[in-house]
Every structure is written in structure tokens, then in C-alpha cells.
Design a protein around this ligand. Structure first.
Ligand SMILES: Nc1ncnc2c1ncn2[C@@H]1O[C@H](COP(=O)(O)OP(=O)(O)O)[C@@H](O)[C@H]1O
Ligand SMILES: [Mg+2]
Length: 259
């Protein structure tokens, strides 16, 4: 099975990227037969909590182990480093019935360690081929664009809350995506926490930025209480306003064309 759809979710910090990722996953689980790969590309790593799964290690941690062991010369001489790192990355995958979670974590020990970076890029390209849908919960801000983490995506969803900085970040993400020539098929704006009577403002903002509005997720007490009590967001009732809005977003961005 080849991958069919890659979706990245970006925007200013705290705008609702992780919430939207979790609710889109819920939609995919309930409405398609696809097995999704969910990538937590935010170094703060909290998607595992929101999905209620047990993560033990991140890609950043095993990459650091690899760098350290290369420097110390403590790797077994018989196994190629590339195969070893690949095995370690695969071990970090959290495997659930309908999705797998890969957490990138922090890339510790800065400076270009080209071997590790090249192998990682190769591993991710190979890994992502095994899934019908890839959902990427990006880090806040713009950095992911210069690192090209979300090159080659079908839909880039940029989330904004009703704040000037939210819109400004969305605009800069859109401009930068064009500047760095990453291969994004379509960029959408998604509003979160907007009052109903501000839908027009949101539409105008999308027009002004030059992207299509995928939808608007209202403030939802269920989302809030699931967050506070630490319940996995996948279990939120189907009639929750936020989930209802995500159903529309899923249609709008073409997820309903999946099997
Ligand atoms: N529509 C919503 N209704 C209620 N609470 C929300 C909503 N969207 C986000 N939140 C809450 O706001 C906080 C930040 O959301 P989150 O998705 O973690 O943002 P980000 O991933 O962009 O940093 C979380 O506590 C989340 O539960
Ligand atoms: Mg987040």
C-alpha cells in the first residue's frame, strides 16, 4: 500500500494544532479503513498524552545515542550503522490498532551530523510509504519550513486563534512555504476558538493571506474537560461541537475521498 495523503498542521503555539491533529485522527479512524501514521514533530512532544498512548523514546533521543556511540566508538562493528539507527527508530514507533505514532522529539547536540540526518531522512521516506495517511503535528512557528520537515505535503493546515499573532504567523507560514519552494499542494487556514459571529473576519483573513479557509473549530467544553482530566481526545463524543467542525474540515480537504 502506498501513502495516499500527507497532511501537516502548523501555526502559532497554543492555537490548537495538537487538538486538530487528534480530532482529524478520530475522523480517519471512524470514517476510513486507512492506517494512519501520526508524527509528533513538535519538540515539546505531547501528542502521545492527548491520544492516550504510551511513548517511551523519541527519534531525537535515539539519534543522540547514535551520535554519542559513534563518537565513543562503542557501536558493534558487525552491524552497519545505518541498519542500527533504522532499527532504533522503528523501536520508537507506538503501534496502535488504527494508527502508529512517531515522535521526533528534540534534535539534541546541534551542528550538522550529516550521517544521522541523511539516514533519518531516508528512514522517514521509507517508513511513510507504509501508511495510507500521514498526519504531522508540527512545531509552533516557522522553523519547520526552513528545516523542510513538511516538504512534500498534500495539504498544509495552518491553525490560527483569534489573535493578531495567530494571523501573522499564518501569513508568514504561507509566504515562507512559497519562498522555500517546498512541494505543498494546497495551504488552508483553520480557525480555532473563534466566536460564531467572527466567521466573516476569518474568511476575510484567509482571502487576505491568499489561502482557502478549511473551516472553523469552535471553543468546546468537552475538549477543555478532556484536556484537564487527561482523557484521550479520541474518545470525545461525536456530537461535540469541535468534532462536528472537524467533520466538515475533513470533507473540505478531501479526506472523504479515501477508501
Ligand atoms: N476548540 C477548543 N475548545 C476548547 N479547548 C481547546 C480548543 N482548542 C484547543 N483547546 C485547548 O487549548 C490548549 C492548546 O491547544 P493545543 O491543541 O495543545 O495547541 P497547540 O498544539 O497549537 O500548541 C489545550 O489545552 C487544548 O485542550
Ligand atoms: Mg501542540
Amino acid at each position: 500500500m502506498a501513502r495516499k495523503l500527507v497532511i501537516s498542521i502548523s501555526g502559532k503555539g497554543g492555537t490548537g494544532k495538537t487538538t486538530l491533529t487528534a480530532l482529524l485522527l478520530k475522523w480517519l479512524i471512524q470514517n476510513t479503513d486507512e492506517i494512519s501514521l501520526v508524527v509528533d514533530a513538535d519538540p515539546a512532544t505531547n501528542l502521545d498524552d492527548v491520544l492516550g498512548v504510551k511513548l517511551t523514546r523519541t527519534v531525537g533521543q535515539v539519534s543522540k545515542d547514535m551520535k554519542d556511540q559513534i563518537e565513543k566508538g562503542t557501536l558493534p562493528p558487525t552491524t552497519p550503522k545505518k541498519d542500527l539507527l533504522e532499527a532504533w527508530v522503528f523501536q520508537t514507533l507506538v503501534e496502535e490498532e488504527r494508527f502508529d505514532l512517531l515522535a521526533m522529539g528534540r534534535s539534541e547536540g546541534e551542528g550538522c551530523y550529516c550521517f544521522v540526518n541523511n539516514v533519518l531522512t531516508h528512514i522517514l521516506d521509507t517508513l511513510t510509504k507504509n501508511y495510507g495517511v500521514i498526519l504531522m503535528d508540527m512545531e509552533a512557528g516557522l522553523e519547520h519550513l526552513s528545516r523542510r520537515t513538511d516538504r512534500d505535503v498534500d495539504a498544509m493546515l495552518v491553525v490560527t486563534d483569534p489573535s493578531r499573532m495567530g494571523f501573522e504567523t499564518a501569513r508568514r507560514i504561507k509566504d515562507l512555504a512559497e519562498e522555500v519552494h517546498i512541494d505543498v499542494k494546497k495551504i488552508y487556514l483553520v480557525g480555532n476558538n473563534f466566536p460564531q459571529d467572527m466567521t466573516d473576519t476569518l474568511k476575510k483573513a484567509a482571502d487576505d493571506i491568499g489561502v482557502e479557509l478549511a473551516g472553523s473549530v469552535p471553543y468546546d467544553e468537552n475538549v477543555m474537560s478532556f484536556n484537564i482530566t487527561g482523557k484521550p481526545l479520541l474518545g470525545i463524543p461525536d456530537d461535540s461541537p469541535a468534532y462536528r467542525a472537524v467533520e466538515h474540515i475533513a470533507q473540505k480537504i478531501g479526506l472523504s475521498n479515501l477508501s
